[in-house]
Design a protein around this ligand. Structure first.
Ligand code: COA
Ligand code: ZN
Length: 372
């Protein structure tokens, strides 16, 4: 499996997000260093500054293939060719709803547009991916036909786009398997998250033979965004795919960069990267984790440069309080510990939590009472 990161293209389609050229170049270098294999950097026809940014990133000596996104329109393609990118992606919808209500074209006209656009681009010596937009709502026979046509015209990748995020894993698996069995081409999956199924759908696509997943940092993108990079990488790692090409401990730095460039905060409970992702609170869990972390952690947080956190409040049991007090320099007997835990719960009921300072204060009071 390889990753195409589209934070700079799909991600910039998020409401309120607009990166400067400098931010784009800095992010491109960062994510390239992380190890993604492809980097979709923009649609050069959108604005002069986006054209400049695509061109500037293409000039950087990146390991990742630099990809530009265009409509099946000659001026869009010419604009992208002028940026000297490694690959051009031509998107053109294939579902009846898009053909009838948006493009006003029939299927034959769409096939002709694909043929012209892919051949024209290939003739300029650039790698081509074709994206049948709204693929998951497309008649499967027509989807196979357009994928075959694009491949015969020189596209070496076709992206199965779940443009409105309506697929289920079973549907995605079925579509990817059907296209993959019928056409000799590498398949990408581009999964939107409108129903919260983007990651599950992408994994189903990979399971069915797709070889590339599109991601953004923090799951940015139109509406509810697309597959979030960090959970994709960690779920594939946990399930046995090789992630040795990725510098996993760079993820916090990459996410902080995008959080600050977009002003869109990372969710506290976002998988992998959220600040609560390794915070254990209830007594049963903290007891287990302190005895052996694998009881309540899917992987060691150090893999991605994170630390686990043991929360002390009214949900806490003895072992967590004992360990916290040890780290604060106290060695406490079992009877005293029970009194401290009881007091922690009462204090927490009243105050909503217990800081280390309050814990030290509670411990001091209990020790004084015991001495008198
Ligand atoms: N290939 C060819 N034409 C397409 C297309 C495709 N994949 N997708 C949409 N179109 C057509 C539409 O039918 C419409 O044309 P029409 O008005 O003749 O029906 C036009 O493209 C889009 O409408 P609009 O945005 O109003 O046209 P525009 O000429 O003012 O601007 C862009 C075109 C691309 C410069 C502008 O839409 C833009 O800046 N878009 C941002 C990038 C973007 O939309 N990306 C989507 C990625 S999924
Ligand atoms: Zn998209």
């Amino acid at each position: 499996m390889i990753i195409l990161d589209s934070t700079l293209r799909e991600g910039e389609q998020t409401k309120g997000v607009s990166f400067s050229i400098e931010q784009k170049i800095a992010f491109a270098k960062l994510i390239d260093d992380f190890g993604v294999e492809m980097l979709e950097v923009g649609h050069p026809n959108v604005s002069p500054q986006i054209h400049e940014a695509v061109k500037a990133i293409a000039k950087e000596d990146l390991n990742a293939e630099v990809v530009a996104h265009v409509r099946a329109v000659k001026s869009d393609i010419d604009n992208a060719l002028a940026c000297d990118v490694d690959r051009i992606v031509i998107f053109l919808p294939t579902s009846d709803v898009h053909l009838e209500k948006k493009l006003g074209k029939n299927r034959q006209q769409v096939l002709d547009m694909i043929t012209q656009a892919v051949e024209y681009t290939r003739d300029h010596g650039v790698n081509v991916r074709y994206t049948p937009e709204d693929a998951t709502r497309t008649d499967i026979g027509f989807l196979v036909e357009v994928a075959r046509q694009a491949t015969e015209c020189g596209a070496d990748r076709v992206s199965i786009a779940d443009t409105v995020g309506i697929a289920t894993p079973a549907l995605m698996e079925n579509i990817v398997r059907t296209v993959s069995d019928s056409v000799n081409v590498e398949l990408d999956v581009h999964c939107h998250n409108d129903l919260g199924l983007a990651l599950a759908n992408a994994l189903a696509g990979i399971n069915a033979g797709a070889t590339c997943v599109h991601t953004t940092v923090n799951g940015l993108g139109e509406r509810c965004g697309i597959v979030d990079l960090a959970p994709l990488v960690m779920s594939t790692k946990v399930h046995g795919y090789s992630t040795s090409g990725y510098k996993l401990d760079m993820l916090p730095e990459i996410y902080e960069f995008i959080e600050s460039a977009t002003n869109i905060p990372i969710g506290y409970n976002s998988p992998v990267i959220g600040r609560n992702a390794f915070a254990h609170k209830s007594g049963v869990h903290t007891d287990g984790v302190l005895k052996s972390p694998d009881t309540y952690e899917p992987y060691n947080p150090k893999i991605i440069g994170r630390e686990r956190e043991i929360v002390i409040d009214r949900y806490t049991g003895r072992l967590a309080v004992k360990k916290r007090l040890e780290s604060l320099g106290y060695s406490i007997s079992n009877e005293t510990l029970m009194s401290i835990v009881n007091e922690v719960k009462i204090f927490s009921d009243a105050n909503g939590g217990v800081s280390d300072d309050s814990l030290v204060q509670i411990t001091g009071q209990i020790l004084t009472q015991e001495r008198s």
